[in-house]
Design a protein around this ligand. Structure first.
Ligand SMILES: NC(=O)N[C@@H](CC(=O)O)C(=O)O
Ligand SMILES: [Zn+2]
Ligand SMILES: [Zn+2]
Length: 348
């Protein structure tokens, strides 16, 4: 008989964009409905650089948590060439900050304050290695000559690997991996290396973005790659291996900025991620490993206990109808459309 229900420890999202203000208020309930904790990306405008800014942002997030929900934002600091190692140390030791985020300057949405010269962040990286604070990495080079589909693989060879060799003991999360090379690199790394995988990169390849007309809601960074890369990601996510875990990279932008001559990068998956993952893991014959991917491997890497409560995901006859958009006070945000019917429902 095919399995029709699965119970797992409440999941966490190890890479999430919540934004601020009206957008934060609109999107946060989509995450708190299913997730207990999330690593909160610091790429606000201006970015969250100091411990004091992270504390203030955490308070704004907590103030936006819906009545009756319990949610713990795990804060991060945006690494700049001016970041003070002592501030990072204090923010980590107080328990406020759980990671530091590296954006190569210009790599993605709101990344202009990112790092250009890695020698300038040496002191911060050494402090992080000493105290075991993970570095979360947006792994793409920004060199104009490098093809956008090659930017992750080139980053591994020319930036990430040299950086890790130069900083023994630095714990690194290679975020939103999108290639075979990313999977292989994470797999071959030691216990100090983890990799997050998004929901949408398990579902779409580059054809989904470009064939039959351009689909701006499938455009994100790193951009989805060829089918064989998607298959490598599916194999990694469903393998149960401890170094791979869920980071949805749910990245809301209002429709007006997605459906635009210069459309923003980001897929918004907070609403339907858990149902989509149940679908993907069932297709791969790996429902028994969904809990490792969503609820166990991430906490283990971040040295936090897994959540104690459980969620139940049930397969129904009828396909689940997700809202096409959510309506925030900042404007409508289109929910990621997997392009196939999904029969898994998260029970409330
Ligand atoms: N993933 C995206 O396409 N966009 C993210 C930034 C990021 O994670 O690179 C965003 O902030 O919109
Ligand atoms: Zn990124
Ligand atoms: Zn992101």
């Amino acid at each position: 008989m095919t399995q029709t229900a699965i119970t797992l420890r409440r999941p966490d999202d190890w890479h999430l964009h919540l934004r601020d203000g009206a957008m934060l208020k609109g999107v946060l309930p989509e995450t708190t409905r299913h997730f207990a904790r999330a690593i909160i990306m610091p790429n606000l405008v201006p970015p969250v650089v100091t411990g004091a800014q992270a504390a203030a942002y955490r308070d704004r997030i907590l103030a936006a948590v819906p009545e009756g929900a319990r949610f713990e934002p795990l804060m991060t600091l945006y690494l700049t060439e001016g970041t003070d190692p002592a501030d990072v140390r204090a923010a980590a030791e107080s328990g406020l900050v759980k990671a530091v985020k590296l954006y190569p300057a210009g790599a993605t949405t709101n990344s202009h304050s990112g790092v250009r010269d890695f020698d300038r962040v040496r002191g911060v990286l050494e402090t992080m290695a000493e105290i075991g604070l993970p570095l979360c990495v947006h792994g793409e080079v920004t060199t104009p000559e490098v093809d956008i589909f090659d930017r992750e693989a080139v980053f591994i060879d020319t930036v990430l690997d040299p950086l890790r060799r130069a900083t023994p003991g630095l714990r690194v999360v290679m975020e939103h991996i999108t290639t075979e090379q990313g999977v292989a690199y994470v797999r071959a790394g030691g216990a100090d290396l983890g990799g997050t995988i998004t929901t949408h990169h398990l579902i779409i390849n580059r054809n989904h973005i470009l064939v039959g007309g351009i689909k701006p809601h499938y455009y994100c960074l790193p951009v989805a790659k060829r089918e064989h890369h998607r298959l490598a990601l599916r194999a990694a996510a469903t393998s149960g291996e401890a170094r791979f875990f869920l980071g949805t990279d749910s990245a809301p932008h209002v429709d007006a900025l997605k459906e635009h001559a210069c459309g923003c990068a980001g897929c918004f998956t907070a609403t339907n991620t858990m149902a989509l993952l149940a679908h993907v893991f069932e297709k791969e014959g790996a429902l028994d490993r969904l809990e490792a991917f969503c609820s166990l491997n991430g906490p283990a890497f971040y040295r936090l206990p897994p959540n104690e409560d459980r969620i139940r995901i049930v397969k129904h006859e009828a396909a689940q109808v997700f809202p096409e958009k959510i309506f925030t006070e900042a404007g409508p945000v289109t929910v990621f459309d997997p392009g196939f019917p999904v029969h898994w429902h998260v029970e409330s």
